[in-house]
Design a protein around this ligand. Structure first.
Ligand code: AMP
Length: 278
């Protein structure tokens, strides 16, 4: 397996490849959600590059950059077992050398939800994703629906900046009790881990209500909120029922498609989850 540690080394690797390349960007501490993206890329492309980079510019000053879980040895073993032959593992200094000053400025899609809760987050995400795209020059790039707003903001950037890259959205992978897989789940205490199943349940029940004909966005939002508020360890940051594309909050009836999404804290751990309605 090739381990590529800088943009320059990545360019050299890329020049030796003539077939299609799929890129799977991650922050490491891999779980089945990441591996599902990698499997899909392996099936659809001649070459697959998985990147592992805990991107400092997408973390706020009071967030968990320093304690973000890392296990490089295990990640590399899992990728090797999967058949991945190239891992892009740059250092922060290789991505942001001294003097770095150019960023991608996101637009309105990045304003609500995660963008509002985490100022500067999507500026960091878009900047690093564009840098990954430029280093790897993939034909396709694979992203999880778990980060629903991120997916939309990246699609916007790809269209707005004329990138010739297919953005491939992949389904959310969940634990058997419905908790969406996340590297951050390891922060949860046993009690918090048990309580966190309420998120999957609340969203699942909202999807059921929608399927049964409920179209009142406010009612669905209230239903999700009430379910989570009944769990004493859960502290809601936001619960949203928004237009599926623009992510504008829906006031009234859902006409076609909507995204129900939430951010909820359990102790110091912040979890996000969502379900697409329609
Ligand atoms: P992260 O390492 O958390 O930045 O995630 C890297 C990629 O994996 C992103 O595209 C995420 O949306 C995706 N991902 C993370 N968790 C899941 C999951 N449970 N199911 C599907 N995709 C996921």
């Amino acid at each position: 397996m090739d381990i590529i540690e800088s943009p320059a080394a990545m360019h050299t690797w890329r020049r030796g490849r003539s077939g299609t390349v799929g890129l799977v960007p991650t922050m490491g501490y891999l779980h089945e959600g990441h591996l599902a993206l990698a499997r899909r890329s392996l099936a659809e492309n001649d070459e697959t590059v998985v990147s592992i980079f805990v991107n400092p510019t997408q973390f706020g000053p009071d967030e968990d950059l320093e304690r973000y879980p890392r296990d490089e040895e295990r990640d590399l073993r899992l990728l090797r077992e999967l058949g991945v032959r190239a891992v892009y593992l740059p250092t922060p200094n290789a991505i942001y050398p001294p003097g770095f000053e150019t960023y991608v400025e996101p637009g309105d899609t990045a304003a609500p939800l995660e963008g509002s809760a985490r100022p500067g987050h999507f500026r960091g995400v878009l900047t690093v994703v564009l840098k990954l795209f430029n280093a790897v020059q993939p034909r396709r790039a694979y992203f999880g629906r778990k980060d629903a707003q991120q997916l939309r903001v990246i699609r916007r950037m790809t269209a707005d900046l004329d990138l010739d890259i297919e953005i491939v959205p992949c389904p959310i992978v969940r634990e058997s009790d419905g908790l969406a897989m996340s590297s951050r789940n390891v922060y949860l205490s046993q009690e918090e881990r048990a309580a966190a199943t309420v998120l999957g349940k609340a969203l699942h029940e909202a999807a059921d209500a929608f399927a049964a004909g409920e179209r009142d966005a406010g009612a669905l939002q209230k239903q999700i909120r009430a379910r989570i508020e009944a769990e004493p360890l859960a502290h809601i940051e936001y619960v949203s029922v928004a237009d599926d594309l623009s992510l504008d909050e829906i006031d009234g009836q859902i006409e076609s498609r909507a995204l129900a999404s939430l951010a909820v804290r359990f102790g110091s751990t912040r979890l996000i989850d969502n379900v697409e309605l329609g």
